[in-house]
Design a protein around this ligand. Sequence first.
Ligand code: T3D
Length: 264
Amino acid sequence: MDGHEQPILVNNHQSWHEIILNRPEKLNAFTDDMHRALVKALDAAAGEDCRAVLLSASGRGFCAGQDLNMRVSEGGPHDLGATIEEFYNPLIRRLQRLQKPVICAVNGVAAGAGANIALSCDIVLAAKSARFIQAFARIGLIPDSGGTFFLPRLIGDARARALIMTGEAVSAQQAHDWGMIWKVYDDKDLHDEAVKLAKWFAEQPTQGLALAKEALNYSSSHSLDEQLDFERDQQRKAGFSPDYREGVTAFMEKRLPSFTGRKA
Ligand code: T3D
C-alpha cells in the first residue's frame, strides 16, 4: 500500500457499488495489496442487494496494468504465470461471473492488464482523452487478463493482432468506432454519465440481466445448437422471476414497472 492511501475505494450506494482503483500517482498500477482489496470489494458486490457495479479510477489514468516497480525490486526472474494464476485470472473470472451489470468508466490511459480488465466489463464507457494500450509487447510479454480472448472478438483478428503486436495506443474515439467500447463522453461528463447508468441498472430486472450476461458469455465457446438450448434454459429461469411477472403486469396496466431484482 502507498502511504496511508487505500489502493481500492468503495462507495456502497443502496443498490449499487462504485469500486475505485486508487493509486493515482502510479496510474493505478496493480500491486498485490490492490488485487486483494479489489477481490474483497467484488465479493461484497456479489450480494443480492447490489444490483450494479461501477468500476472507476482516481486521477488522470484508469490503470497501467501490473506495477512494474515490484518486478524490478524483486531482482531475479519472477514466475509471472504464478501471479496471473493468483490474481489476474480470478479477477477476470469474477468480473465475468458477477450476476449483475458491471460498468467500467475509463477516465484516462488503460494499459496492459488495465486495458483488458476494462474490456472484460459488460459496458465500457470512456473519456475522450482515454487511450487503450496493449503495452505487453513493449516489455516482451503477451496480453493477459483475457486480452487475446476479448480483443479479437470485439474488433476482429486483423486489428487485434496489430494492436497486440505493435503496442500502438488506440484513442477512445477509435475504440468506439471499432466497436471495442460502448460510448465516449467529454472528460468532464464521464463520471456523471457512468453513475447515471449504474443507477439506472440498479432499477432494472437484475435476474434477467444476469441470465442474459451468462448467455452472452456462453456464446463465445458454443455452437448455435448449444446456444439455442442454453437460451431455452435461461429463458425458463427468467420466466419464473418476480421481475418478469412485474414487467408483464406493468405493461398490461400501462404503468412503469417496479423491479426488485430478487430471485424467485
Ligand atoms: O508481472 C506480472 O504479474 C504479469 C502481469 C502483467 C500484466 C501487465 O499489465 S504487464 C504491462 C504493465 N504495464 C505497462 O507496461 C505500462 C507501463 N506504463 C506506461 O507505458 C506508461 O506509463 C503509460 C503509457 C501507461 C502512460 O504514460 P504517461 O506518459 O501518461 O505516464 P508516465 O509518466 O509513464 O507514468 C506516470 C507515473 O506512473 C510514473 O511514475 P513517476 O515517474 O511519476 O514516479 C510511472 O513510472 C508510473 N507508472 C506508469 N505505469 C506504471 C507505473 N509504475 C509502475 N508500474 C506501471 N505499470
